[in-house]
Each structure stands twice: as C-alpha cells, then as structure tokens.
Design a protein around this ligand. Structure first.
Ligand code: GDP
Length: 450
C-alpha cells in the first residue's frame, strides 16, 4: 500500500514525454517533454546547449552525431509553463517517422511516456488551472462543433470556476458567522434566521442559474440525439440509411434479426446522433416481439432529444404502433407515415414519406432541422458536464436542507453541517477536494500528449 503510494508520488514527478500533435503527415510535429530533467535530456540530443527560457532555439536533433531532424526547440522554465514544470517543446518536421524517431530518442535519454492527459493533470496538480479548466481542455479538443469549441474556451478561461468560487465565498461567509456565534456565544451573536434564509436563497438562485444551462450545454457538447422508433419492418433502418446517405444499417424484410441500437453521426449544421433500433426480433421469442420492441423504443427514446416515430402507412396504425407512440408522446417527436408509395391517399396528422421512392424525405429533413435549431442556442452562459452537474445537484440538495432548517428555526449547529457539505460539493467541481479515482477518470478521457 505504502509502496504503491510512494511509487505514485515518484511517477507523478518524473519526466514525461509524448507526441503532442496528431500522428500523421503534416507541416510540423511537436514532441513535448515535462519534468525536472527536461533540460538535461534536450541537451543530450540537441546541437545547441545554451537554452534560455522563452527563447526559441534553432538546431539539429542528433543521435550519437547522426542527424535526425532540423528543429526548433522551445524551452520553458518552471513555473512558467503549461504544466508548471520545466518543459521542452521540440517542433520538428511533421512526418510520422521523424516524430517517432525523436520521441524514441527522448525516451532513451531518460523520459518516460506520458499517460493520457498527464500534462494537463500536472498543470492541475501544480495549480496552473482548476479542475473545471482542465476539463475544458478536453472539451475543447474533442468539441464536435465549432460552436462548442468556442463555448469550451470560456471555461478554459475560468468562467465556471470563478462563478463557483463566488458562490463558495458567499456560503463560506455565512458559515463563518454561524460558527463564530457557536464558538463565542458571549461575544458574537448568532446570525438572524432571516439573514440565513436570504443568503441560502441567493446561493440557490445562482446554482439554479448554472443548472438551467445544463440542457443546452449537453446539446452543445453531445449534439442532438435523434432516435428512430417504431415496430419492426416499418422502415426504420431504411430511413436511417436515407438520412445518412450510406448503407450503414442492414435493411432486411425478414423479421428475425436481433441487433443492438445503432448510432451514427450526421453532419448537419449541428452535430446530430441518429439512433436506429432496427431489427429487434428474435425468432425464438416471437411471443415477446411486442414487449421487446417497446422496450428498445423506450430506451432509445429516453436518451433522445427528438424522436422520429415511424409506422407503416400501408398497414395503418395498429395497437402495437399506438403503444410505442404512447411511450414517446411527451417527448419532442414527429409522426412519420412510411411506405406511402403503397397507399393512394395522403395520411393526415403525419409526415408522409416513402423511403423507397424518396417522396417526403426533403420535407422531413427540413422539419428535423427546424426543431434541432430551436434546441441549440448559440450562446450558453455556463457549460457544464455531467460530473459538474451532479456536484451542483448535490450542493443544491444540501442548500435546500439548510434553507428548510433555517425557515423552521432549527439549531444553527445543524444548519452548519448542510453548509459544509454544500461547500464540499462545490470544491469537487474546481478540484480542491477530489479523490484519486475521480481524477483518474477525468484524465483517462484525454488523449496522450495533452
Ligand atoms: P425496420 O425493421 O423498421 O428497420 O425496417 P427496414 O428498414 O428493415 O424495412 C423493412 C422492409 O420494408 C424492407 O424490405 C424495406 O425495403 C421495406 N421498405 C422500407 N421503406 C419502404 C417504403 O417506403 N416503401 C416500400 N414499399 N417498402 C419499404
């Protein structure tokens, strides 16, 4: 146990390296080195020896006198670097093998390969950024849309962290007054209950303000999720393929295949994930078909922002269709009558389409786009992720308990317990209080080299 801990600490501060640019052919490739021995390592492999922090040096990377590449070296001295440690960036020519040769050389000379997100983790541990900023780094890199990248940059600049600190300060002030009243009852009067109520209501309002952006921030982050639901054989996979313009989902007229939900990204103005629940029958479970169909439709619909409910116009809407429609009726949905090529009359109350001959598809696409545009506002004040939202919800719960207790005039000693837990949850967002597991989880989603 102790050995593991010591090993972790040693690992945490040894010198790491990774390729910071994508592995591919490009103009420039960057290898990053961070840690105490960064300068020693570069001196062993670089033609220039007088490196000055903040000054770009031009020269050759060499291996025992053999020229490897002509590069620019950017030296940074702790704490004025991304990680807060001594950092060297080697900007070389951007070919996969050039970059790999240099990385190998750096490794051979004493660095070890960085783990996912380890540069940013070090930046966090060295207090170069709070946890909400570190998470914004990953958001920025993985942003599926340009708009989300812009929104993530706001958190990188510390917008969320600052707001959380503000709320923390307010709660802390109130808590201090309560504690002073408890510890020094002769000298300090305990705060009025009306003051406590006003203070908790204010904090709650601010938390709610952040949480009210959760939905739009989820949509900006993940894109809009659209599920195609309906009973087997109505044309879900066919529509899915049509919208994607590829033969991704397998279309079959044999109801007898069982497949998982298929997801694909659709590149319209906003990132869209299409979820297809095609082929949900199992031949040996024919009796359960209806049950399974409904269960799959429900699962997909649950996670979707918009549900495309589809039924077979040539068969009309039967009880099974109606049962599925009933499940999703409270969600944003469109009712689609497919296979209209097989019927002669227009069906009211549904978007009439035929995937077969393409009629109605453009109209359907436009309708989807219209709805999707209404979902995603261009500007969301606070971008949060699921972890941060959970912390905010828990903080909210503690504050509501404190508020109820204050309204009931309960002992302030008891109220202080709720306030302390509210503060802890806020600390978790910015990372003042954080377990190794949570940290591990956050940084494991980064890429190597970040
Ligand atoms: P799913 O089980 O709901 O995914 O249904 P599929 O997309 O696999 O389609 C089932 C069958 O209906 C296939 O044979 C398709 O070719 C056929 N089909 C799909 N759309 C249409 C349509 O608009 N008109 C006609 N006539 N057949 C269609």
């Amino acid at each position: 146990m102790l050995y593991n801990k010591i090993m972790n600490i040693i690992q945490e501060f040894d010198t790491i390296t990774a390729i910071a640019t994508p592995l591919g052919t490009g103009g420039v490739g960057v290898i990053r080195i961070s840690g105490d021995t960064s300068f020693d390592i570069i001196k062993k492999i670089f033609s220039k020896q007088n490196l000055e922090a903040g000054r770009i040096a031009h020269g050759w990377i060499t291996d025992n006198g053999k020229k490897i590449d002509e590069v620019l070296v950017l030296p940074f001295k702790a704490p004025n670097s991304y990680t807060g440690e001594d950092v060297i960036e080697i900007h070389c020519h951007g070919g996969i093998n050039v970059v790999r040769n240099i990385l190998d050389l750096v490794l051979k000379n004493g660095a070890r390969t960085a783990e996912r997100g380890e540069f940013t983790k070090r930046a966090f541990l060295n207090k170069k950024m709070d946890l909400s900023q570190a998470e914004a780094v990953a958001d920025l890199i993985h942003a599926k849309t340009r708009n989300f990248a812009i929104q993530s940059a706001k958190n990188l600049s510390g917008v969320l962290g600052e707001k959380i600190s503000e709320i923390k300060k307010e709660i802390f002030e109130t808590l201090s007054k309560i504690i002073a009243g408890i510890d020094f009852p002769e000298d300090v009067a305990e705060p009025e209950y009306s003051y406590l109520i006003a203070s908790f209501e204010k904090a709650l309002k601010e938390i709610d303000e952040i949480l009210s952006c959760a939905k739009s921030s989820d949509i900006l982050r993940q894109g809009v999720k659209i599920a195609i639901v309906g009973k087997p054989n109505v044309g879900k996979s066919s529509l899915f393929n049509k919208l994607l313009n590829v033969e991704r989902a397998i279309v079959t007229d044999i109801a007898g295949t069982t497949r998982d939900v298929i997801k694909e990204n659709l590149d319209w103005d906003v990132a869209i994930t299409l979820i297809d629940t095609a082929g949900i029958r199992k031949s040996d479970e024919v009796g359960k078909v209806e049950e399974i169909g409904i269960e799959y439709s429900k699962q997909s619909a649950d996670e979707a922002d918009l549900v495309l409910f589809i039924y077979d116009a040539s068969h009309g809407m039967n009880d099974e269709d109606k049962a599925i429609l009933d499940l999703i009726k409270d969600k944003n949905h469109l009712i689609i009558a497919n296979k209209c090529d097989l019927v002669s009359e227009q069906i009211d109350g549904a978007i009439n389409i035929s995937v077969e001959n393409g009629s109605g598809i453009e109209e359907l696409k436009n309708k989807i786009k219209e709805i999707v545009c209404n979902f995603s506002s261009d500007d969301t004040e606070f971008i949060t992720n699921k972890r941060q939202q959970d912390c905010l919800e828990k903080c909210r719960e503690s504050l509501v308990n404190a508020l109820d207790a204050a309204k009931a005039g309960e002992l302030q000693d008891l109220i202080s317990i709720d306030l302390k837990s509210a503060l802890l949850y806020l600390d978790e967002i910015t990372g003042e209080v954080i377990t190794d597991e949570i940290l591990e989880n956050i940084f494991s989603h980064f890429c190597i080299g970040k």
